[in-house]
Design a protein around this ligand. Sequence first.
Ligand SMILES: *Cc1c(COP(=O)(O)O)cnc(C)c1O
Ligand code: SF4
Length: 441
Amino acid sequence: MIVERSKNPFILEAFTKTKRKVQLTQNDWKDYKWQLNNSIKTIAAFEKLTGITFLEREKEEIEKTISKFPLSITPYYASLIDKKNYREDPIFKQAFPNPAELEISKCDMRDPLHEDKDSPTKGITHRYPDRVLFLISNRCAMYCRHCTRKRKVGDPDSVPSREQILAGIYYIRKNRSIRDVLLSGGDPFMLPDEYLDWILTELNRIKHVEVIRIGSRIPVVLPYRITKNLVRILKKHHPLWLNTQFNHPREITPASQEALKRLADAGIPLGNQSVLLAGVNDCPQIMKKLNQKLLQNRVRPYYLFQCDLSEGLSHFRTPIGKGVEIMESLVGHTSGFAVPRYVVDAPGGGGKIPIMPNYIVSWSTNKIILRNYEGVITTYQEPDNYKPISCGRNCAKCDLQSNMEPKESAIGVEKLLVGSDGTISLIPEGNLRLKLREKWK
Ligand SMILES: *Cc1c(COP(=O)(O)O)cnc(C)c1O
Ligand code: SF4
């Protein structure tokens, strides 16, 4: 008998029926290895366990989709599907293949974020000056249909070898500017405990690595993986941060709450990175509820991602305006720390770009006109006699920059603002006007 309080015990009944001799126990259900061994990987298994059935014609299409992007759903996550209204169900949509995934639209790209191009060694993406993304696993407990790294997950050719991991660690060790390492994949928690312990130990040994963070969807799709032993290991490697990916309030269940509690009790600051998905969470009220529930579970909403331009995701994409509308309904309307930052990850590898509704109405020499969330328009009188900090902005010689190359101290628009090296404009590569100048010389 199962006591896991799911609204849909159908899946459990199905298991007890199919495995007549081996009675499924509560302990089995809560054993993450059992969950993985019994993951749903075929349409037949899905039908059998959920009681949902598809037409022959539908099955053919779904099969085609699976042969391109594999199917894998944990029985736990499948048990959250609303069986009666599954076609509109946010859990079903994130987990079950949709033939629309095979439609490659004109703007779709295999690697829109250029994670492979910005990669000095396999598995590492070094995009920002002081931090790297380190892909240490290509497996996931569930293959999310909206995954931006679909090209990699589940592909046996991209399983990182021990050598590849060592090469990544070596790269981080050799680059003193890296102070933050983001472990992702696939899902890092799909690695065995000892293997993860080894990677974390090696990274922790590197003096210039100040923080390690893990990106994992396991608390959402396989919360039972957050075992006492895993938490005991993670605790040894502080300061360790964890970002997970809840996309809908229905994903917050007693089981996922228990996993979050264990992690938070171990002193791991928890963040959430939602993806804005058409038909799943493209609604201000859903997002507000989700973010409030996350806070209740000590998870701080961190990012709300605009859906990337990866191949086969066009049916999940919303206009950017939908994200702005969601932000409008959050800022001021609910606790500030329930408000994530809405970002577009720039196609071509430009990194995350924040997007906000406009709050500045107008501006004069020293007065600014702002509007608040209620629509109240207000004025802020700026000082007439502002005197900035008296360091002369000699940033290259500043103590705070001591372990940085001067060239790294300011880039982009920040550099224009600092103005210490005389740069007054940034000019795109291949600018036609400048090319002409060259010709005239
Ligand atoms: C998102 C990301 C990071 C981390 O960015 P933060 O804004 O610091 O969370 C680092 N590297 C890559 C390649 C990323 O995509
Ligand atoms: S857990 Fe993350 S990497 Fe894995 S399939 Fe889901 S979104 Fe992709």
